[in-house]
Design a protein around this ligand. Structure first.
Ligand SMILES: Nc1ncnc2c1ncn2[C@@H]1O[C@H](COP(=O)(O)OP(=O)(O)OP(=O)(O)O)[C@@H](O)[C@H]1O
Ligand SMILES: [Mg+2]
Length: 305
C-alpha cells in the first residue's frame, strides 16, 4: 500500500477516534457525583480534558424499560438535526460492556455530554388527555391538554421555546416538565434533556383538538403568541420534511433498540413483551406523524386568518 492509500485511512481512523472517543476511553473517566432517581441511575463524569458527561442507566426491575434509553438517544439525534440545544454527544454503552459509572454491567447505558443549567419555571409541557397510552391514569380535563393557551404564552417567552415545543409535539413527548429542561443563564440557552417518554401519546392530535377549541371560543392571539405559533409551525414543517414518513422514524428507533441489546426478532414479534410494547410505539409514531401533518395545515389556516 502506498502513501496515497494510507492517508485517507489515517484520516478516517482519526475521525473515528474523535467521534467515538467518549466510549473508547471511558475507562479513564473520573466520577464526580452519582444520583439515584426513581427509575434511573445518573452519574456525572469527567474525562482527561475535564469535559463533563452524564451516564444514565435504567434501574427498574423490568429490563424492557431499557427501551427508554433507545428512545432518548434517538430523540437527541432528532434534536441535533434541528439545532434544539441538547446533549450533542450521545453514545450507547452496550449491555455486557463494563464501564466507569455503570451500576449494572449487563444492562445498556446512555453516555452523553453534560449540558449546563438549572431547572427553570416554564410551562412548556403539553400534557396528554389520557396520561400514558397504556396507563390506568384518569383522563385530565380536556382544557389542560395539548397545545394550551398557557403553553402558547410560554412559547412566546423565550426565543428557543416555540421550536422546543414543536419538537416535543413531533416526538409525542408529554414529559417536558421543568425537571427535563435546563436553563443556562450565562448563555440564555434552554436545553432539552430526557425524552425517554417519547411517543407514548399522539400529541399532534391533542394540539389540533386544543387549537380547534381555542378558535371555537373566539380567542385571538397576541402578536407575540402569533410569532411563536409561526415559529412552532415552521419547526414542525421542517421536522416533517426531515422525516417524511413514520417508517423512517421507526427504522432509526429500531437501530437504537438493537444497540441497547434488544433482539430484532423479538421487537417485531407482538407476542413477546417488548414486541407488544414496540407494536404500541409503532402505532403511536404513525398516528402522531399523521396528526402533525394535519396540524401544520390547521396552523396555516389559523395564521392566515
Ligand atoms: N445531559 C445532561 N446534562 C446535565 N444534567 C443532566 C443530563 N442528563 C440528566 N441530567 C440531570 O439528571 C437529572 C435526572 O435525569 P433524567 O431526567 O434523564 O432522569 P429521570 O429518571 O427521568 O429523572 P426524573 O424523574 O427526576 O426526571 C436531570 O434532572 C438533570 O438534573
Ligand atoms: Mg427526567
Amino acid at each position: 500500500m502506498n502513501n496515497t492509500h494510507i492517508a485517507p485511512i489515517f484520516y478516517l481512523a482519526t475521525l473515528y477516534l474523535i467521534i467515538f472517543s467518549p466510549a473508547t476511553s471511558i475507562a479513564s473517566y473520573a466520577i464526580e457525583a452519582i444520583q439515584s432517581h426513581e427509575y434511573s441511575h445518573i452519574v456525572f463524569l469527567y474525562d482527561d480534558s475535564d469535559k463533563k458527561y452524564v451516564l444514565k442507566q435504567i434501574v427498574s426491575d423490568d429490563v424492557t424499560d431499557n427501551f427508554y434509553l433507545a428512545l432518548e438517544a434517538f430523540c437527541y439525534e432528532v434534536a441535533q438535526k434541528i439545532n434544539i440545544p441538547s446533549p450533542h454527544l450521545v453514545h450507547i454503552v452496550s449491555p455486557g460492556v463494563s464501564s466507569v459509572g455503570k451500576k449494572h454491567d449487563a444492562r445498556p447505558a446512555l453516555l452523553m455530554s453534560y449540558v449546563p443549567g438549572t431547572s427553570p419555571w416554564y410551562n412548556l409541557q403539553q400534557k396528554s388527555w389520557h396520561g400514558y397510552s397504556w396507563s390506568y391514569l384518569k383522563p385530565r380535563p380536556f382544557q389542560d391538554t395539548g397545545l394550551t393557551r398557557t403553553v402558547i404564552r410560554s412559547m412566546a417567552s423565550h426565543p428557543h421555546a416555540a421550536a422546543l415545543v414543536a419538537y416535543d409535539t413531533f416526538i409525542g413527548n408529554s414529559d417536558r416538565g421543568n425537571n427535563n429542561l435546563l436553563y443556562d443563564e450565562a448563555t440564555d440557552t434552554l436545553y432539552a434533556i430526557d425524552a425517554g417518554d417519547a411517543w407514548r401519546c399522539d400529541l399532534g392530535k391533542e394540539a389540533c383538538m386544543q387549537l380547534a377549541l381555542l378558535c371555537s371560543q373566539g380567542i385571538s392571539f397576541t402578536q407575540e403568541e402569533r410569532k411563536a405559533l409561526v415559529c412552532y409551525h415552521d419547526m414542525l414543517k421542517r421536522l416533517i420534511k426531515l422525516y417524511p414518513s413514520p417508517e423512517l422514524l421507526i427504522e432509526r428507533l429500531i437501530a437504537y433498540a438493537l444497540q441497547c441489546g434488544f433482539d430484532h426478532e423479538e421487537l417485531i414479534d407482538p407476542a413477546s413483551s417488548i414486541g407488544e410494547q414496540f407494536h404500541a410505539y409503532r402505532q403511536i409514531i404513525c398516528n402522531n406523524h399523521a396528526s402533525c401533518c394535519a396540524l401544520v395545515w390547521l396552523l396555516e389556516k389559523i395564521l392566515r386568518s
